[in-house]
Design a protein around this ligand. Structure first.
Ligand code: ADP
Length: 331
C-alpha cells in the first residue's frame, strides 16, 4: 500500500479520525480496518468507485450508524455517543431532501429555526451563504424549480448555516454540471482556508487530485493514501499510449495479457498501465498488431487503477493460499 508521506498532523489539530474501522452488513465487509485522520483546514478526499465503502464511513462519522470494529472520532469524541457533536458538524448526505415547495429563502429559514439561530444570525449568515453560492437572485425560487447544481448548492448552504467546523460531504458533485462543480470546489477551498475540516467523497479522479490529501478505498479497504501529487510522482508502474494498430484487436490482446493493469480509451488511442516486468513482452506483442507503445506521464486515475489492481491481486493470492491450506487440512 502506498504510504502517506506527509508530516503527521499534530494531535491537537486532528478533527476527524477513523481508527481501524470495520463495518459489516450481513456478509458484506463494507469497511475493513480503515484508518484516516483529517486535520483542521484540510480538504480530504475519500475516493473510490461505487460500493467502495465511502457512504458507510461518512454515515459512521456523522453518528448515523455504529461500527463493528475500531473507532470513529470527531473532535476527539464518538459521534454515536455524543449527539451534541452535530452542532459542530455539517453533513450533506448523498440523498437528502429539501422542501421542494418552499423557496430557497424559506428553506434556509427552516434550517435556521432547526439550529435555533437568532433572527440576526439567520439574516447575516443566509445573506453571506446566498452570495457565496450565487443563489441570491434565486432567493424566491421554489427549491424543486432549481437546477441540479443549484439544488446542491442550496443543500450545502443549509448544511453550513450553523457554521460547523467539520463538513462531511457524500459525493456532492454527482450529476452536477461542470460549472457548478467548479463553483462548489471553489467554495470548499474557501471554507478550508477559514480552518474548517472537510471530508468529501468522490468517484471523480479529477476531483480527488484537487484535495490536500486523499484515501483511496477499494472494496472497503484503504489501498493508498497521501498527497495526490506525491502519489502520482511515486507510482512505480509505467504508463503508455498505444499508437497505431486496430483498437478492437489491441483491446482483446491486452485484456488477455497478464501484467496489464489497466487499458482504457484516451481519445482515439488506448492508454495502458503495465507491470514493469511485462513492458518488453507487451511491446513485442502490440508490434505484431502493427502498434507501438509511447511512454506518457502518469495521472491520478493511473494511481487509482494501479492501487486497486494490486489490492485485487493480493486478495486473490490470499484466497488461493487459504484454499490451499484448506486442502492441506483435509482428512
Ligand atoms: P460507496 O458509498 O462507496 O458507493 P457504500 O458505503 O454505499 O459504498 O457501500 C459499501 C458496501 O456496503 C456495498 O457493497 C453496499 O452494497 C453495502 N451496503 C451499504 N449499506 C448497506 C445496507 N444498509 N445494507 C446492506 N448493505 C449495505
Amino acid at each position: 500500500m502506498t504510504q502517506d508521506r506527509q508530516p503527521p498532523i499534530s494531535p491537537s489539530d486532528v478533527v476527524i479520525e477513523a481508527r481501524d474501522v470495520s463495518r459489516d452488513f450481513g456478509n458484506t465487509h463494507a469497511l475493513a480496518n480503515v484508518s484516516l485522520r483529517v486535520g483542521r483546514g484540510e480538504l480530504f478526499g475519500l475516493v473510490g468507485p461505487d460500493g467502495a465503502g465511502k457512504t458507510t464511513l461518512i454515515r459512521a462519522l456523522a453518528g448515523l450508524i455504529g461500527v463493528n470494529g475500531g473507532r470513529v472520532l470527531v473532535l476527539g469524541k464518538d459521534p454515536l455517543k455524543n449527539p451534541a457533536l452535530r452542532d459542530a458538524m455539517g453533513v450533506m448526505p448523498q440523498h437528502y431532501s429539501l422542501y421542494g415547495d418552499l423557496s430557497v429563502g424559506e428553506n434556509l429559514r427552516f434550517f435556521a429555526r432547526l439550529y435555533c439561530l437568532s433572527r440576526k444570525q439567520y439574516e447575516q449568515r443566509s445573506e453571506r451563504l446566498l452570495a457565496l453560492t450565487r443563489l441570491t437572485p434565486f432567493t424566491d425560487r421554489r427549491a424543486d424549480a432549481l437546477s441540479g447544481g443549484m439544488y446542491k448548492k442550496l443543500a450545502l448552504a443549509c448544511a453550513l448555516l450553523h457554521e460547523p467546523t467539520v463538513l462531511l460531504l457524500d459525493e456532492p458533485t454527482n450529476g452536477v454540471d461542470p460549472v457548478s462543480r467548479r463553483e462548489l470546489w471553489q467554495l470548499l477551498h474557501e471554507f478550508v482556508g477559514g480552518g474548517m475540516a472537510v471530508l468529501i467523497s468522490t468517484a471523480y479522479m479529477d476531483e480527488a487530485a484537487r484535495c490536500h490529501r486523499v484515501c483511496l478505498l477499494h472494496a472497503g479497504k484503504v489501498v493508498a493514501s497521501g498527497v495526490p501529487a506525491l502519489l502520482v510522482r511515486e507510482l512505480d508502474k509505467p504508463v503508455f499510449e498505444v499508437l497505431g494498430g486496430e483498437r478492437e484487436a489491441l483491446h482483446r490482446l491486452l485484456a488477455a495479457t497478464s501484467g496489464v493493469i489497466a487499458a482504457s480509451p484516451a481519445g482515439e488511442r488506448l492508454r495502458i498501465v503495465l507491470e514493469r516486468d511485462v513492458v518488453s513482452r507487451v511491446t513485442q506483442e502490440v508490434e505484431h498488431l502493427g502498434a507501438r507503445l509511447s511512454p506518457v506521464a502518469a495521472d491520478f486515475e493511473d494511481v487509482f487503477l494501479a492501487s486497486s489492481y494490486t489490492a485485487m491481486r493480493e486478495a486473490t493470492a490470499r484466497r488461493g493460499t487459504e484454499s490451499a491450506s484448506e486442502v492441506g487440512r483435509a482428512p
